[in-house]
Design a binder for this molecule. Structure first.
Ligand code: FRU
Length: 511
């Protein structure tokens, strides 16, 4: 039985979707059917298709009563909307159906695990919030909430854990086929832990232990945990709130964190070895992964960040988009990411330049350079556009002095541009969207550490209408940012203070 609340959401999205022209959405990044989205949810492969659910307010383009929107895809690039899957329509989740995951049950049904949010007011007027883990079962389109909900209540949190911040279940299977559920939990006063629960049937759960502990290091509350094994390592992904900066690795605010180590099956705990950021750009959060049928670990994130949602324009009929799905691997103890290989099927109109000399103009462009200065850079005929897969390799000319700063300006016209610049002397790549058309005082720049390898630095830049994702040195670092620049600004320019040698391969992406 579909509740009135869900029926209303489904009716609304059907009507409002028609008001949004295709050209006003990203070409291949998933945006909400209408209204607002934040986290990806329930990323899974079920009955021959990839399913992606998402935190969803179908009524307005800002955060509100959380539903789960739903879309399916065969290639992770063309998405077809399905009716909203979950609404806040039960007494235990009336204040929100928060993030979670999806798995296939042995009997072929699809199981959604999510956080039900319930707010109450005490007799003395104090607000109380409870977050509990809940389930819904369905056929991949319609879902029934489980009559035993909530399956994990705040009574099943160990001492010291917050009952208010206990959310974002992620289920994985243990080697004996039984289930494990990871959830994020605030610890008093100001840190967080990942709690592990155990079940043989995915419906009845018991507390298994503390899987990992932040110990006050990486932000306060961790959100949206994921755990998987990859290339012989155990990997935890979480999205910490309220981080403090640490060199160029972590920055203030909401971040993305990857812990690499191993899973100890005897104690069911995670043994940490190294840590790093997942994305070094501006707009990336709440990522989750799946194992594709052909064995790839694929990650998708919310291509936005709570600290930058202020960039939203009140008039926008939709807000929030998902990142490009990325293939993960662990190499030399680090997380590497690359665009999913399916993207290559949509490359066309190749334009290639090999070993072109960019003439140094003696000017080190700065964030304050005027657009005229930037568009004075080198333009390579045929290298322009806003939906592109662009590879750029930059080298120092043999036997000549190394440049101080090399810049790629994209989404550029006489008024706007966004820069990716590299300073080899400082080993810094910076993205800067200050002149992208944003009218809000949110973060517009970010830096990451990157070096030349064998005297060259490599960029692979994926542009969609409203975003850029910059993969540096084969994906050892990725910097992501949304761009609100008008679509007619499609110029690309290269500039450098001293000479540099450039190889460029551009493909248009057509879906
Ligand atoms: C992360 C998050 C999750 C929560 C959801 C609510 O962005 O805060 O922890 O489940 O968003 O929409």
């Amino acid at each position: 039985m579909i509740s009135q609340t869900l029926r209303e959401a489904r009716r609304t999205e059907e009507v409002l979707e028609k008001l949004i022209g295709k050209e006003n959405r990203p070409l291949f990044h998933l945006s909400p059917r209408t209204g607002w989205t934040n986290d990806p949810n329930g990323f899974s492969y079920y009955q021959g298709k990839y399913h992606l659910f998402y935190q969803y307010n179908p009524y307005q383009s800002h955060w509100g009563p959380m539903h789960w929107g739903h879309a399916v895809s065969e290639d992770l690039l063309h998405w077809e909307y399905l009716p909203a899957a979950l609404a806040p329509d039960e007494p235990y989740d009336k204040d929100g159906v928060f993030s979670g995951c999806a798995i296939e049950l042995p009997d072929g049904r699809m199981l959604l695990a999510y956080t039900g949010v319930l707010e109450t007011t005490d007799y003395d007027g104090r607000r109380n919030c409870r977050q509990m883990q809940c389930l819904a079962v369905g056929d991949g389109i319609d879902f029934e909430k489980y009559e035993g909900n909530p399956v994990i209540t705040s009574d099943m949190i160990p001492e010291g854990g917050s009952r208010e911040d206990f959310r974002d279940p992620k289920i994985f299977t243990a080697s004996d086929g039984s289930y494990r559920m990871l959830t994020a939990n605030r610890t008093e006063p100001d840190s967080s832990q990942l709690l592990l629960y155990r079940s043989t049937d995915a419906f009845h759960w018991e507390f298994a232990g503390v899987f990992a502990d932040n110990k006050g290091r990486f932000g306060r509350m961790w959100e949206c945990p994921d755990f998987f094994e990859l290339d012989g390592k155990g990997v935890i992904l979480v999205s910490p709130q309220d981080m403090l900066p640490d060199g160029f690795e972590y920055h203030n605010g909401n971040g993305s964190l990857c812990l690499i180590g191993s899973y100890d099956p005897a104690t069911e705990t995670f043994v940490e070895e190294t840590n790093q950021a997942v994305d070094y750009g501006i707009d990336y959060y709440a990522m989750q992964t799946i194992l594709s049928p052909d064995g790839r670990r694929i990650m998708i994130g919310w291509m936005q960040n709570w600290d930058t949602v202020g960039i939203r324009d009140e008039k926008d009929p939709w807000f929030g988009q998902m990142s490009l799905p990325r293939e993960l691997r662990i190499r030399d103890g680090r997380l590497f990411q690359s665009p999913i290989k399916e993207l290559e099927n949509y490359r066309c109109n190749k334009v290639e330049y090999d070993q072109v000399r960019v003439q140094g103009n003696g000017i080190i462009t700065s964030a304050y350079s005027k657009p005229e200065d930037v568009t004075r850079g080198l333009h390579l005929p045929g290298v322009s556009g806003r939906c592109l897969d662009l590879e750029v390799v930059v080298k120092r000319p043999e036997g000549e002095e190394l440049f101080n700063k090399f810049t790629i300006s994209l989404a550029a016209d006489e008024k706007y541009h966004t820069n990716i610049s590299f300073r080899p002397g400082e080993s810094i790549v910076k993205i800067d969207r200050k002149f992208s058309g944003s009218r809000r005082a949110v973060i517009h720049q970010r830096r990451a550490q990157a070096e030349m390898i064998d005297d060259q630095i490599r960029f692979r830049i994926i542009l969609d209408r409203f975003s850029m994702e910059v993969f540096i040195n084969d994906g050892s670092k990725v910097m992501t940012a949304t761009l609100g620049t008008r679509q007619s600004a499609d110029g690309i320019f290269f500039s450098c203070d001293k000479d540099a040698i450039l190889s460029v391969t551009k493909y248009e992406l057509k879906m």
